[in-house]
Design a binder for this molecule. Structure first.
Ligand code: NAI
Length: 707
């Protein structure tokens, strides 16, 4: 037995070389630079043994259940700051995988669990790919999500193996496929049942070892057609257009990965590898790549930031209020197979909520290719009721009734009277005080906020609100519940708007002032979409609902003062009776779920109400972004979140703040805080005290580096 590095274990049994990836003291295997070096040495050894006839097949597998290889080591990638070094790292990696591909004997890979990035690229260099049919098996090339591209030959091998279109889909979306899908597109050759995966994979490899010949594979006619120059040209053109429309050019990895993948098909492998490595080197040192890596690390960190306290296990849950949010939250529990009781004031509302949750589960089933049984077992977790019978068995209740303090207090008191002493009550309130909800309860410490965002099944953030009397154990339970439901939790203090809505309120208030000074709906939305926001402010106002925004403004004024006072034009817009998407008319017009262009009536109102000088597009964008940064700084001053990292995570996960900018505060750092302060003062001079820099901004030199 040879051991080049501790992560790699190699042995030969009856002519079968078995290489097991097993990183010590870790749940996952990574392709670190040390592992790659070790792999190189081992492959040299296998080559020689194969030549001597001692090894007739190589089996590559993982020693970990549920993880094959998670990819490269992100911290090594983060540290790369030189283009030539990055290019060279890619070249060396490619050479090692070429050595694997060129073994004179078959290489078989047994994939059980996560097989991402470099892990999949290594698999593509093998002759025969086996995958475990368990849902934990996920294959993908997520590199472009980190601002790079597959740099170990993935852009060259993938289109040759599965066709150009399927390869581009994998590389440009970064999506992860389950074993069935991977089999369907030809990414793996054979599925094996999870119960006996390790033994079955060994048997398949032994079968290859008996013959010792590489399998011959012919490409289908369809794939060969995709290789033709006209087909490549067309695919490239259409894909480029779609990518640019989606990203507005903010993610340089995407067009470059597209070009490298497409052009690679028309080149010799050697030339194609060279182009891939050069592109990898170029991308690895871009600010976008560094920011995307930072965001990846931030979100990983956020999920591990568990508050002190003993989290109670969640075996059963209940959701009270089966409306928009309640139904969505109930689905999240059922999705995780946690039995959940859904309560509303009458039977039709209960049933409507359950139907909506079932619909969402069905869609999830289609996406994840669940079996009928998997869907049924989740759907059967949903149970409806108009009362609280059975609450003595639940571990957590999420309250999602209408946003009225009197109603919520009554409901929470009723819930408390039914629950066992250590069960948790979490309110999904978006603006009311959790501390006020705790008043007059028997056990106020068990109450906290769990603020999901709409729609709950899509939005990854949950703000976990610590009320004045919330106990550590309650907070830990709520945090863990959010993790269990697949969300990224951020703990926040109980102040109006918490983090996300408070920053959005500042942003949308400024958008109102910009309408007041004559900006149009399309101009304003265009500015912020160009900045990278998923939707512009007018569209966001429509989505939230103009009536809701007016209420939130009032809460913000009560909490923080006049800087949140809406521009007069917003009152005029509201007076027309439009409410946004839910009412079919807002800044835009809607028909069913479709948007039908800008609402002409509102455009007229904006035109007639406009006063003062119309700002330039760049000033408009700057004003909205500075408003967010300024409010974010106040949030830090108020101690609403524990760290700058948490605030950036909250903004990215809760509003879609552009990840390529690394987060709101990281972006502020990139601008330079002295510049931010200078521009705020400039606008304060022009537009008034709402732009006065927050006290904390004047004291800091940077958000991220303690100075
Ligand atoms: P919704 O109006 O769609 O649903 C509220 C449901 O509560 C209704 O079905 C109503 O019948 C039910 N309800 C009222 N009184 C009740 C009682 N005594 N017992 C049981 N059920 C009762 O409202 P939505 O939008 O789902 O909001 C619910 C909560 O979630 C609110 O606190 C809201 O602020 C918060 N929230 C809403 C978001 C949104 O975008 N809609 C986003 C984040 C939080």
């Amino acid at each position: 037995m040879t051991q080049a590095v501790p992560d790699l274990v190699y042995e030969v049994r009856d002519g079968l070389g078995i290489l097991t990836f097993d990183r010590p003291d870790s749940k996952v295997n990574l392709l670190t630079s040390t592992v790659m070096l070790g792999l190189d040495q081992l492959l040299t050894e296998v080559h020689e043994a194969a030549r001597r006839g001692e090894v007739r097949t190589l089996l590559i597998r993982s020693g970990k259940q549920g993880n094959f290889i998670a990819g490269a080591d992100i911290s090594e990638l983060a540290a790369l700051d030189d283009r030539d070094t990055a290019t060279e790292i890619s070249r060396r990696g490619q050479e090692i995988l070429m050595k694997l591909e060129q073994l004179p004997v078959p290489a078989i890979v047994a994939i059980d669990g996560t097989c991402l990035g470099g892990g999949l690229e290594l698999s593509l260099a093998c002759d025969h790919r086996l995958a475990c049919d368990h849902p934990r098996t996920r294959l993908g090339l997520p590199e472009t999500r980190l601002g790079i591209l597959p740099g170990l030959g993935g852009t060259v091998r993938a289109p040759r193996l599965i066709g150009l279109r399927a390869a581009l889909d994998l590389i440009l979306s970064g999506k992860q496929l389950d074993a069935q899908r991977a089999r369907k597109i030809g990414l793996v050759h054979q599925l094996l049942p999870s119960a006996s995966f390790a033994e079955d994979a060994l048997k398949v490899a032994q079968g290859f070892a008996r013959i010792g010949k590489k399998p011959l594979r012919r490409r289908s006619l369809l794939l060969r057609l995709e290789d033709s120059a006209p087909a490549r040209w067309l695919i490239q053109r259409l894909t480029r257009r779609a990518v640019l429309a989606r990203t507005r050019g903010h993610y340089p990895a995407l067009p470059l990965a597209l070009d490298v993948t497409v052009s690679g098909l028309g080149l010799s492998s050697e030339k194609a590898y060279q182009r891939e490595a050069a592109a990898f080197g170029k991308l690895a040192v871009t600010p976008e790549c560094k920011n995307l890596i930072a965001v990846f690390q931030l979100t990983e960190g956020a999920r591990k930031n568990v508050p002190a306290g003993n989290a109670a296990p969640i075996r059963r849950a209940a959701v009270v209020g089966a409306g928009v949010m309640g139904a969505g939250i109930a689905e999240l529990f059922a999705y995780q197979t946690v039995p959940v009781q859904v309560v509303d004031i009458d039977e039709p509302r209960v049933q409507a909520g359950i139907s909506r949750a079932r619909e969402l589960l069905k869609k999830a089933a289609a996406r994840a290719s669940w079996s009928e049984e998997e869907l049924r077992s989740r759907s059967s977790c949903l149970r409806g009721a108009t009362g609280y019978d059975g609450f003595e068995r639940v571990d957590i209740v999420v309250e999602a009734v209408v946003e009225r303090m009197d109603v919520k207090r009554k409901v929470v008191a009723q819930i408390e009277s039914k629950l066992l002493p250590d069960a948790t009550i979490a309110s999904n309130t978006s603006a009311l005080s959790v501390s006020e909800l705790q008043e007059n309860l028997e056990q106020p410490g068990r109450v906290c906020g769990l603020h999901f965002f709409n729609p709950p099944h899509r939005m990854p953030l949950v703000e976990v609100v610590r009320g004045a009397l919330t106990s550590d154990d309650t907070l830990a339970t709520a945090f863990n519940t959010a993790i269990r439901l697949g969300k990224t939790p951020v703990v926040v203090k109980d102040l109006p708007g918490f983090v996300v809505n408070r920053i959005l309120a500042a942003y949308l208030t400024e958008a109102g002032h910009l309408f007041q000074s004559g900006m149009t709906v399309q101009q304003l939305d265009g500015v912020m979409q160009n900045f990278g926001m998923p939707v512009g402010p007018a569209r966001l106002l429509d989505e939230i609902g103009l009536d809701v925004v007016a209420e939130v403004s009032q809460t913000m004024i009560n909490g923080y003062g006049e800087r949140f006072r809406p521009a007069p034009v917003m009152g005029r817009v509201l007076a027309t009776g439009v409410t946004g998407r839910k009412g079919g008319r807002g800044f835009y017009e809607y028909e069913g779920s479709k948007s039908r262009g800008v609402n002409k009536q509102i455009e007229r109102v904006l035109r007639e109400t406009a006063s003062g000088e119309k700002p330039s597009a760049s000033d408009a964008g700057e004003r909205m972004v500075l408003s967010m940064i300024n409010e974010a700084s106040r949030i830090l001053d108020d101690g609403v979140v524990g760290s700058v990292e948490s605030l950036d995570v909250a903004m990215i996960m809760g509003t879609g703040f552009p990840p390529f900018r690394g987060g709101l505060l990281r972006y502020a750092d990139a601008l330079g805080l002295s510049h931010v302060v200078e521009r705020l003062r400039h606008f304060a001079g022009q537009l008034g005290p709402r732009f006065e820099p927050a006290p904390g901004l004047l004291q800091r030199r940077s958000f991220y580096t303690a100075e």
